[in-house]
Design a protein around this ligand. Structure first.
Ligand SMILES: *Cc1c(COP(=O)(O)O)cnc(C)c1O
Length: 425
């Protein structure tokens, strides 16, 4: 075995890792009085230590100031959503005016489709990936029905065409070209949740816009994971959640992007609420809706301050790391090492389903256990008993997502050693 795949080398990589101190910014679940080896940042990121203080700060202000908290200090609640705009904009490569933290992902997806899915008889269809995350499929199917069109003909799903269930860019291009004149919207993920595949969002956006379709992204598995340049790639909208790689806590307030070119377009239909009204005249309480310029114009309600507080702490940790570029750099090495270790030591036990090209994957590797579902479940359960946490996706996939904020190179050895031990049992 190559020296590069030794535990000693991993320990040396950890010692030299410029992000190594960030691990202490997080609270780890304990297993036998030791930190769990946690590989589930793709599902629910760990708690940043600053989150509790951020929530406590709101609680204290509520206790001491009550309604005055809306207007008092740098963190006044009236503008609380804006406290995260600049940091969020950096995370997704957007202008601050293009992003807003509000609602949850599925809600934002519907709100965006109200504005950007405008089917006509000639152009009624939505194109998505086959095997999309259920909420995305439910959302598009129900929107198609809501407009009295028929999902049987107007929901187009691009089938995987590669051996491990991934989708080539050529297959996406063929589908967009074939259905082009009928496409009202192309909705695509940045990272596929099951396979871990990263898509070329720039190419997909260009193909879709060439056909006259609107483009939206679901970035649930992308934010905090891969580099995004939303302003330049220029989809019409994007939505994401903050509880996966961004560590803002269970059910955290989600994110939404609306490209600048739509900011002053008052002809776009939208479901309006008072918080989307322009700030200067909001409290005149007049009956006419005047939308705020920018993504904030799609807000409905006053900001859920307690829900937003942990997001501030989570984004501060990303800044401490030096931003997404620094995280991605470590992530490429971490996941690259996991890939190499699995190939060198676990052939015949685990198959890697995620693409092997570094630019076609993020943190996550999706691993199929050789021997079928029962063996897979047995391995998954064994790993839990030894303090290694991944997650399970039916029928036979274990997802392992080393995250650059708090995973170490030596964690990968813990995983591989334990799989090896289980296989020898
Ligand atoms: C996690 C995830 C969601 C979650 O939706 P919520 O509205 O936050 O419950 C949606 N879509 C994708 C692709 C996801 O990975």
């Amino acid at each position: 075995m190559s020296e590069l795949l030794s535990r000693t080398h991993a320990v040396a990589l950890d010692a030299a890792d410029p992000l190594r101190t960030l691990r202490s910014e997080f609270v780890f679940p304990q297993h036998n009085h030791r930190d769990q080896t946690y590989f589930v940042g793709n599902s629910l990121g760990l708690q940043p230590r600053g989150a509790r203080a951020a929530v406590q700060d709101v609680m204290d202000k509520w206790a001491s100031l009550a309604v005055e908290g809306h207007f008092t200090g740098d963190t006044q609640w009236l503008r609380y959503h804006r406290l995260v705009s600049e940091q969020l904009a950096r995370v997704v490569g957007a202008l601050p005016s293009e992003v807003v933290a509000m609602n949850t992902l599925s809600v934002n997806l519907h709100l965006m489709m109200v504005s950007f899915y405008r089917p006509s008889r000639e152009r009624p269809a939505i194109l998505i990936e086959a095997g999309a995350f259920p909420t995305d499929r439910h959302a598009v199917e129900s929107q198609i029905r809501f407009h009295s069109f028929d999902p049987a003909t107007d929901l187009i799903e691009v089938q995987p065409d590669e051996p491990n269930g991934t989708i080539s860019l050529q297959a996406i291009e063929r589908a967009i070209t074939e259905h082009g004149p009928r496409l009202a919207l192309v909705l695509w993920p940045g990272v596929q949740y099951r396979s871990g595949q990263v898509f070329d969002l720039d190419a997909i956006t260009r193909m879709a816009r060439l056909q006259g379709a609107r483009v939206g992204f679901d970035l649930a598995h992308s934010v905090g994971n891969i580099s995004l340049q939303l302003h330049d790639i220029a989809p019409d909208f994007a939505v994401w959640c903050h509880y996966k790689y961004l560590n803002a806590g269970p059910g955290a307030v989600a994110g939404c992007f609306v490209h600048e070119r739509h900011h002053r377009d008052t002809s776009l239909p939208r479901f309006a609420g008072w918080w989307g009204h322009e700030e200067a005249t909001r409290f005149k309480m007049a009956p006419q809706f005047v939308p705020a310029v920018g993504a904030e114009g799609w807000q409905l309600s006053n900001p859920p301050v307690l829900g937003l507080a942990p997001l501030r702490a989570a984004l501060d940790v990303v800044d401490k790391a030096g931003g997404i570029a620094a995280l991605r750099e470590k992530s490429l090495r971490l996941t690259g090492l996991l890939d190499a270790l699995v190939r060198a030591r676990l052939t015949g036990v685990l198959e890697i389903l995620t693409p092997s090209e570094p630019d076609r994957r993020g943190c996550q590797l999706s691993l199929r256990v050789v021997g079928g579902r029962e063996r897979g479940r047995s391995l998954f359960e064994y790993l839990q008993t030894v303090g290694v946490l991944g997650d399970w996706r039916e029928p036979d996939v274990i997802r392992i997502s080393p995250t650059p904020l708090y995973n170490r190179y030596q964690d990968l050895h813990h995983f591989v050693d334990e799989v090896d031990a289980w296989a020898g049992l």
